[in-house]
Design a protein around this ligand. Structure first.
Ligand code: HEC
Ligand code: HEC
Ligand code: HEC
Ligand code: HEC
Length: 508
């Protein structure tokens, strides 16, 4: 973390803001410079008429349309994001951006499922106000670059991805304009790994790509932002080697910091699965080529936002004092206040985007019902359910019965999520699979609830009479389908395996 040190100017502003009922503090003098060694970017710049705008960053949403059922941090979702953005959250017009790794969720297995989810996630992003996004590697699993580029809103950008023939696939940059504020966005996508994905795009060096894109942007912008999924080291290189970028916003890197500064340029990372929004309020008091300096106390601007919305257009002594302090603080500086906002329960409530998400879920349920009702492909077995294994594998059944896998359905009951297709694939067995659970009837729920034998051993209808029906080996990949990094962040094969299989010997 390399946020600015607190100093007298900031303190005066905080005092003015805190002291609503007392007489306003006198406008403070220009704040002294931070006490660190002054690099070129830390000296006050040329003062400009001050402008305000706010940025809201998400990224790494990974197809998650609502809070996951995770035991820890069940935050996120488009509905809560819409509610967050419906309240006053910053200064000036709000620009909502998404750094990518947006479209796909591990569990949606087939291509058409992934494409449907990808389209819904983009439509929901547009509805909650995302203006631009930058496709990242995992997004290629959901839509092809041509499909992404064809969707007008939110606009996909990438200066680094070219077609295999070397042609641009996306605009390298765009200028977003809201209420007279103009922000230039440059898209920097990461290089995909693995031949199936990397074959789809040719990847340019981000420094070179960012330089070129910057040169093509108009000069009358309020701020230039580099956005995308580039790896930590590449983001650092861009910050160091491409002067003129005011701010970078990226998907989560490998480090644990969600914000760092390189050559004075803040690099803000999104947080996982859309659980949080990074909200950056800015007061821009210098030229757009100067990096944004992050103020260490978000509470300061938050109270100013509150003061402003409370007093409406009227001027009050407390507000005037705070405004004067802010104006003097931002003179010759591009200031930003960053706050990580969890999309938690307090944001629940009706929203516009609910209809879209509801329709999506209904379609998924209907398709699952149709698929489950269809016969399995020839040579592939259907599901037999755990009840049918008892007679011959009594020991395994008894052991399994005492594992948490048998209570997975109960967890959905407790969360009132028994008809939620966002949860069913992991808390039932064979959801939407031929011969598995589709339509949610009392009988089908009784047969398939919980994580049964066939979730690990594969569908086994016909066993043992039909010698072709065999359990595949139970490998870690089986577990990871459900124990993914969102729903089971602590998963570890060696310690989990002995705790919840038919081999588990912890009978009471
Ligand atoms: C990708 C698979 C997956 C999806 C989707 C999923 N879960 Fe889970 N869930 C898990 C796994 C795995 C665990 C166990 C995590 C652990 O302990 O490591 C779990 C644990 C839970 C628990 C905690 C159980 C306990 O008491 O320890 C609850 C509650 C829960 N899930 C509810 C939900 C709800 C509600 C949804 C849908 C919104 C959902 N889950 C979607 C896989 C999933
Ligand atoms: C009628 C008795 C019977 C029933 C019912 C039965 N099994 Fe078996 N199972 C056997 C026999 C016998 C073997 C050993 C011979 C073989 O491999 O076919 C076996 C072997 C297995 C094996 C280890 C060998 C392999 O295929 O990898 C697994 C796993 C297994 N059964 C799982 C199941 C599950 C899951 C069910 C319920 C869906 C089930 N069995 C139902 C009799 C049965
Ligand atoms: C079909 C999805 C699914 C698969 C496959 C699956 N699990 Fe789970 N697992 C769950 C869910 C859901 C829970 C949470 C149950 C509950 O609601 O309490 C869970 C819970 C557990 C727990 C208890 C965690 C705790 O917090 O105590 C262990 C251990 C576990 N699983 C191990 C495994 C292992 C090992 C594998 C692979 C061999 C595996 N699971 C495969 C869905 C799955
Ligand atoms: C969480 C995953 C998981 C679940 C659920 C599960 N098993 Fe297993 N099962 C395993 C593992 C792991 C083995 C060890 C052999 C292997 O790796 O394939 C195994 C082995 C077996 C074997 C081979 C004989 C033995 O005991 O080694 C049988 C039979 C069997 N399971 C039946 C069942 C039945 C019946 C159920 C449901 C009542 C069930 N399993 C549920 C993971 C699971």
């Amino acid at each position: 973390m390399a946020r600015l040190q607190s100093h007298t100017g900031f303190t005066a502003l905080a005092l003015a803001l805190g002291a609503c009922e007392r007489p306003p503090a006198p406008p403070p003098a220009l704040p002294p410079l931070p006490e660190r060694a002054a690099s070129a970017t830390e000296v006050l710049g040329e003062p400009r008429p001050q402008r305000e705008l706010s940025l809201v960053l998400t990224g790494d949403v990974r197809g998650e349309i609502e809070p996951c059922g995770c035991p820890t941090l069940p935050f996120g979702g488009f509905e809560r994001r819409e509610r967050l953005l419906s309240r006053p959250i910053g200064f000036g017009p709000v620009f909502q951006l998404d750094a990518g790794e947006l479209l796909t969720r591990g569990i949606s297995s087939t291509g058409s499922d992934r494409e449907r989810r990808a389209r819904v996630v983009l439509a929901a992003s547009a509805q909650v106000g995302v203006l631009a996004w930058v496709p990242g590697p995992s997004d290629l699993l959901g839509l092809s670059p041509a499909q992404m580029a064809a969707i007008p809103s939110p606009r996909a950008l990438s200066a680094t991805w070219l077609s295999p023939a070397g042609e641009p696939l996306f605009p390298a940059s765009t200028v977003l304009e809201q209420e007279g504020r103009r922000v230039g966005i440059i898209g920097l996508s990461a290089a995909p790994m693995g031949s199936s994905l990397s074959g789809q795009v040719q990847v340019r060096d981000p420094v070179e790509a960012a330089r070129e894109a910057l040169a093509e942007l108009p000069t009358d912008l309020d701020l230039v932002i580099a956005l995308g999924s580039v790896a930590d080291e590449e983001a650092d290189r861009v910050a160091r080697e491409v002067p003129g970028i005011g701010l970078m916003m990226t998907t989560a890197g490998r480090g644990y910091t969600d914000v760092r500064a390189v050559a004075g340029v803040p690099i803000i990372e999104s947080l996982d699965r859309g659980r949080y929004a990074q909200v950056l309020a800015t007061r821009l008091g210098s030229t757009p080529d100067r990096p944004v300096e992050l103020h260490p106390e978000p509470a300061t601007w938050r109270s100013l936002v509150q003061l402003r919305s409370q007093s409406g257009a009227a001027s009050t002594p407390a507000l005037d004092g705070a405004e004067a302090a802010l104006a003097s603080l931002a003179s010759g500086r591009n200031l930003g206040w960053l706050e990580t906002r969890p999309l938690a329960q307090d944001l629940d409530g009706p929203t516009r985007v609910s209809a879209l998400l509801g329709e999506f879920k209904t379609t998924v349920l209907n398709e699952a019902a149709a698929r489950a009702a269809a016969p399995p492909p020839p040579a592939e077995p259907g599901y037999a359910t755990a009840a049918s294994c008892t007679s011959c594998h009594t020991t395994q059944f008894a052991r399994w019965s005492f594992t948490d896998h048998t209570r997975a359905w109960q967890s959905l009951v407790e969360r009132q999520a028994t008809a939620n297709p966002e949860c069913l694939p992991c808390h039932t067995t064979g959801f939407g699979q031929p011969g598995g659970i589709g339509e949610l009837t009392t009988a089908s729920v009784r047969a398939f609830k919980g994580v049964q034998c066939e979730a690990c051993h594969g569908p086994m209808r016909g066993h043992p009479d039909d010698p072709r029906v065999q359990s595949g080996p139970v490998t870690v990949e089986r577990c990871l389908v459900c124990h993914d990094e969102a729903n089971s962040p602590e998963f570890d094969w060696a310690s989990y395996l002995p705790r919840a299989t038919c081999q588990t010997e912890s009978l009471p």
